[in-house]
Design a protein around this ligand. Structure first.
Ligand code: SF4
Ligand code: SF4
Length: 165
């Protein structure tokens, strides 16, 4: 049986010199050295997320210090990770109901944003917070006091939601 062999490749004069290839390689290396860096020196240099970013869910606190939430429980029902617990109570305020207990278990949360999508009051939104460290299980269960965030800080996200709903 006859075995077929590949033709032998013959180097050109310039390929035999290697110098053009070395110069090409050096050009690529120096080009990378002066190129804009894609990496950052985190944590000294923080990343500021865009308003489309889904960070930790928080509760919106109005300028008068009251939460927007009316304790309807929709976010809790839609949460696929069963991370939200809401207990409603009555209030004499115009909204009639408020959450006397509102907790999010951040060890369960998968940042899906369903709670934000379903909320009829824009009372729970995905904040730009991405830095979370917990050393104890209890610390990861965020109560209302920890979740309440001034509406001013959440303005970019609220505007993003209005523009894309
Ligand atoms: S972002 Fe998703 S997983 Fe997290 S609390 Fe909201 S609905 Fe639950
Ligand atoms: S955050 Fe929104 S969806 Fe959840 S209980 Fe409050 S009002 Fe209802």
């Amino acid at each position: 049986m006859q075995v077929q062999t590949q033709d032998k490749y013959t180097l050109t004069f310039w390929e035999k010199l290697y110098i053009p290839e070395i110069l090409k390689g050096m050009k690529l290396t120096f080009g990378q050295m002066v190129k804009k860096k894609d990496t950052r020196e985190y944590p000294e240099e923080k990343w500021v997320p865009p308003s489309s970013y889904r960070g930790a869910p928080v509760l919106v606190q109005e300028e008068n210090g009251i939460e927007r939430c009316v304790a309807c429980g929709l976010c809790s029902r839609v949460c696929p990770a069963l991370a939200i617990e809401v207990q409603a109570a009555e209030t004499t305020d115009e909204k009639e109901r408020y959450p006397e207990l509102f907790e999010i278990n951040m060890l369960r949360c998968i940042f899906c944003g369903f709670c934000e999508e379903v909320c009829p009051e824009e009372a729970i939104v995905m904040s730009p917070t991405y830095e979370m460290v917990f050393t104890k299980y209890e610390d990861a269960i965020l109560d209302k006091e920890k979740l309440l965030t001034p509406v001013e800080q959440l303005r970019p996200r609220l505007e993003f939601l209005r523009a894309h709903r």
